[in-house]
Design a binder for this molecule. Structure first.
Ligand SMILES: [Fe+2]
Length: 338
């Protein structure tokens, strides 16, 4: 998800040229940027006649921008990743509630709220070094906190939304005391201080710098689909486990979006969300980042996801992930999961 200043400059120009609410335009603020996006947006414009002005930026920058623009914001729709960030947009009062029969029929109830909707899912899995760890020793998130893995675990920052959302899921299932015990055990097992992104953890596991780590599935899938010799080699060293298959299921997170409170083109915004839930858009949207469609009956053909196989996903409502974010952060602060 790269920041594209040139695109922003272009989009600002087109905003000023389309000041009337009745214009057939949609101003989209998006933290997503994938190859399939061009087709995704072009199809919407062809189907509806609504032109899309796009501003792409980093997740937190876009939130801040919408907040600063306030009632004058030209933004109609925000698309971003992670339940924690979507929840933050909700808490800041940036979204407007949307009632849509299409969205209610298409997006499963646990993947939507009254004002934001998930359009794809990703899972948080355990990766392990095949030379030094057996998959049976890392079947569950709980295993990462057991003394047997002392000095073997690496992690990205506990403050990152992906780890906060996982912490929130553990609180929702097991309560705060158990979640804190888990975080304390995990921190005690670190091979190094948290640093880098998910891909860096996979690389550290392959290199033997640590033996076990957590990562979102699309980072694994991206490496699995890579033809670069060093990445092909790297993935030969790494095994993947779907955690908690015998209990709550593997933690999933989402990417999604909502219509903004001050949207100048609210109807177009709702139409766009409904379009994102269509079969065709779901395939572009999910496959663009090696994710799964939120709409259950839609299937993507993706060799890496097919190779990873089927799994039992945690059915916890995404709004519960949002509910426990702050508590997860407090637990991570207390246990030194920085
Ligand atoms: Fe990511």
């Amino acid at each position: 998800m790269k920041f594209k200043p040139s695109l922003i400059a272009l989009s600002v120009l087109s905003f000023s040229a389309s000041a009337h609410a009745e214009d057939k335009v949609l101003n989209l603020y998006s933290a997503r940027h994938y190859q399939t996006d061009e087709a995704l947006y072009a199809d919407f414009t062809r189907d509806t006649g609504i032109k899309i002005n796009r501003i792409e930026g980093k997740e937190d920058e876009l939130l801040e921008r919408i907040r600063n623009e306030g009632a004058n914001s030209p933004a109609d729709v925000l698309l971003t990743v992670d339940a924690a960030r979507l929840a933050k947009a909700h808490e800041l009062g940036l979204f407007v509630p949307v009632r849509s029969k299409v969205l209610e029929a298409r997006i499963p109830a646990h993947l939507r709220t009254e004002d934001w909707f998930s359009f794809s899912t990703r899972a948080r899995v355990i990766v392990y070094n095949k030379d030094s760890v057996t998959p049976d020793s890392v079947r569950n998130y709980e295993d990462l906190a057991r003394p047997a893995l002392k000095g073997k675990v690496c992690s990205r920052s506990g403050s990152h939304p992906y780890n906060l959302s996982l912490g929130a899921a553990i609180i929702a299932h097991q309560g705060e005391a158990k979640a804190e015990e888990w975080a304390r055990g995990l921190v005690a097992n670190f091979a190094r201080s948290p640093k880098g992104g998910d891909t860096d953890q996979i690389k550290a596991v392959a290199a033997g710098e640590c033996q076990v780590a957590l990562t979102n599935t699309y980072y694994v899938a991206r490496l699995m689909r890579s033809t670069k010799p060093d990445e092909v080699k790297l993935m030969e060293k790494v095994g993947v486990v779907w955690p908690n298959q015998a209990t709550t299921g593997t933690h999933i997170n989402v990417s999604g979006g909502g219509v903004l409170k001050h949207a100048p083109h609210r109807e177009a915004g709702i139409k766009f969300l409904e379009y994102l839930a269509s079969d065709k858009a779901q395939r572009y949207f999910a496959d663009g980042n090696n994710e799964w469609p939120a709409v259950e009956q839609v299937k993507v053909v993706n060799p890496a996801l097919d190779a990873l196989g089927k799994f039992k996903a945690d059915a916890l409502p995404v709004r519960n992930l949002a509910m426990y974010q702050v508590k997860a952060q407090m637990i991570y602060d207390r246990t030194g999961y920085r």
